[in-house]
Design a protein around this ligand. Structure first.
Ligand code: ADP
Ligand code: VHF
Length: 368
């Protein structure tokens, strides 16, 4: 069966931690494996980090700089170099590839989200392997890590293209109960059936060149598994393990997906949009939206946090602060502060104009 596969490789696997130079053998093996998967008829997308690492090595810098403009410049140097190397390697195997640079913002607008979807489908139909990275040179929010990292981006891409599998290739072979580089008796975890099982896991720091460590990989797992994508964390030095995993071997940490129940628009609401604020619900309202599939009404809102406009995305949380849903609001935060706790037939008088009956209509609401 032809599968859609998203493979993400982190800086820690692409570069030598001592010298910062590219690990050519890993890269060559990765390219070989991906080309082989393509020839077997699978649809393959590579999400590759490394622009900063390669840029630093090219410019002789021994540490990641902190200055944002300098980071932008370095990523611009490194990205070109990285693509040149990928193109040389893929061309040797007669496998066409393409560069796709994305920012988190590109996935926020429904139009550019759909444009990205169309472009990926066209590339995959043409048999091309798209190589995705954050557009670091312009996306300073990403460089500041306000929005995420390539683990999140890979999960968003996997959700966008409705991938069957997402492989995160890194410099450890599995997820452990704690960072195995710091805690020698950390226990390996082979299967994660629900992310609730991971409350005890210490998802600590990244390696020298990586970003986010395991915490961004667990965040990626939340997006991927909710979108019906099976995710694996595995050792990046052995990309040849990917076909073995597809054949059913138990390698790495496998995160089991939830059934794919959300339509494309709801997946965009859940994953593409970045929430601008939070609304806190009373227990009755949580029940109404979670158990009875109702729209969210003002009467069930206890508190409003953050500043947002109507049509923005918000997190919808219970009184303990646990996110139960996400949705697009019909009111801004100032209006919601006035109408929260009130019945819908009081809204016109409270606001002085006729507004929507619902705060979040059920078509715009996704349970988390
Ligand atoms: N619970 C954990 N299990 C495994 N590795 C962990 C854990 N917590 C932190 N880490 C660290 O995460 C690092 C991988 O993350 P990172 O450096 O961001 O990789 P990448 O560049 O592949 O994205 C590992 O080197 C490891 O030290
Ligand atoms: N876009 C950045 C990578 C950011 C990132 O998430 O890095 P990593 O944790 O190594 O996957 C780059 O190409 O250097």
């Amino acid at each position: 069966m032809a599968l859609t596969l998203v493979i993400k490789i982190g800086t820690s696997s692409l570069t030598d931690p001592q010298t910062g130079n590219l690990s050519l053998s890993t890269l060559a093996l990765l390219v070989e494996v991906l080309s082989q998967l393509r020839r077997q008829g699978h649809r393959v997308i590579l999400v590759s980090s490394g622009a900063m690492g390669v840029g630093c090595s090219r410019l002789g810098l021994k540490k990641r700089p902190r200055d944002i403009a300098l980071k932008q410049a370095i990523a611009a140097v490194g990205q070109g170099r990285l693509m040149r190397i990928y193109d040389d390697l893929f061309s040797t195997l007669e496998q066409p590839m393409a560069q796709v640079l994305l920012t988190r913002r590109d996935l926020e607008s429904r139009i550019s989200y759909l444009n990205a979807y169309d472009a990926f489908q066209e590339l995959l139909d043409l048999g091309v392997i798209p190589i995705v990275n954050e557009n670091d040179t312009v996306a300073t929010d990403e460089l500041r890590r306000k929005f995420g990292d390539n683990d999140t981006l890979a999960a968003l891409v996997a959700s966008l293209v409705e991938a069957d599998w997402l492989f995160l290739l890194t410099d450890v072979d599995k997820l452990y109960s704690a960072d195995p580089n710091r805690v020698p008796d950390a226990q390996p975890i082979s299967h994660v059936r629900s992310l609730e099982e991971l409350t005890e896991v210490e998802a600590g720091e990244a390696s020298t060149w990586g970003t986010g460590g395991m915490s961004t990989k667990i965040a990626a797992a939340r997006i991927a598994t909710n979108a019906g994508v099976r995710m694996v964390i595995m050792q990046g030095r052995y990309p040849n393990q990917i076909p073995r995993i597809l054949d059913g071997e138990e390698i790495g940490t496998q995160f089991h997906p939830t059934p794919r129940t959300l339509n494309a628009r709801k997946r965009w609401i859940a994953n593409g949009l970045v929430p601008s604020g939070t609304v806190i619900l009373d227990p009755g309202a949580v029940k109404a939206i979670c158990d009875r599939g109702k729209s969210l009404l003002a009467v069930g809102i206890s508190k409003v946090k953050g500043r947002f406009q109507s049509s923005d995305a918000v997190m919808i949380c219970d009184l303990e602060g646990k996110e139960v849903a996400r949705g697009i609001v019909n009111y801004g935060s100032d209006e919601l502060d006035l109408i929260k706790g009130h019945r819908s037939d009081e809204i016109t008088e409270l606001l002085g104009y006729e507004g929507s009956d619902t705060v979040v209509h059920r078509d715009n609401l996704v349970l988390m």
